[in-house]
Ligand binder design. Structure first.
Ligand code: AMP
Ligand code: ZN
Length: 141
């Protein structure tokens, strides 16, 4: 896609620190290096976000993740964990609109990375939760 920075990286029209490539995906270091080894995995095919995936593309992309995660673990034995993150749309912090999965190695609780999960366990009644589940269930293809 024209003017897509990640399409240009995939096409090697602009440089990247490539860590893995095959016919379906391209993986490279995130320029921001939230932690050492922070890697992005992108489908070679341009899709903006998860809502544009079909099952085949999802299988192509997500099936590559474990081998890249294991490579990070071997490359950085001091790694003690890994966060995988996929932001979809601006409100959810997506800033590059070519879908990508962040692999963020974790080395310490003092890493410059955090996720806040608010605890709203008591916010909804069982019947409201059942309504949410039913609404979603009705839409799954
Ligand atoms: P997101 O905010 O989830 O859309 O993540 C986009 C990521 O792309 C950010 O973490 C950026 O640091 C990263 N990024 C943007 N441009 C480049 C680039 N040219 N090479 C590597 N990473 C990039
Ligand atoms: Zn693209």
């Amino acid at each position: 896609m024209d003017n897509c920075i990640f399409c240009k990286i995939v096409a090697q029209e602009i440089p990247s620190y490539k860590v893995y490539e095959d016919d379906k995906v391209y993986a490279f270091l995130d320029i921001s290096q939230v932690t050492k080894g922070h890697t992005l995995v992108v489908p070679k095919q341009h899709v903006a976000d998860i809502f544009e995936y079909d099952e085949t593309l999802a299988a192509d992309v997500f099936s590559r993740i474990p081998k890249i995660a294991k490579a990070l673990e071997k490359a950085f034995p001091e790694m003690e964990g890994l966060n995988m993150l996929n932001n979809n749309k601006e409100l959810a912090y997506q800033s590059v609109f070519h879908s990508h999965i962040h692999l963020i190695p974790r080395y310490s609780k003092k890493d410059d990375f955090s996720i806040h999960f608010g605890d709203h366990t008591k916010k909804y009644s069982p019947s409201e939760l059942q309504q949410f589940a039913d609404a979603i269930k009705a839409q799954v293809d």
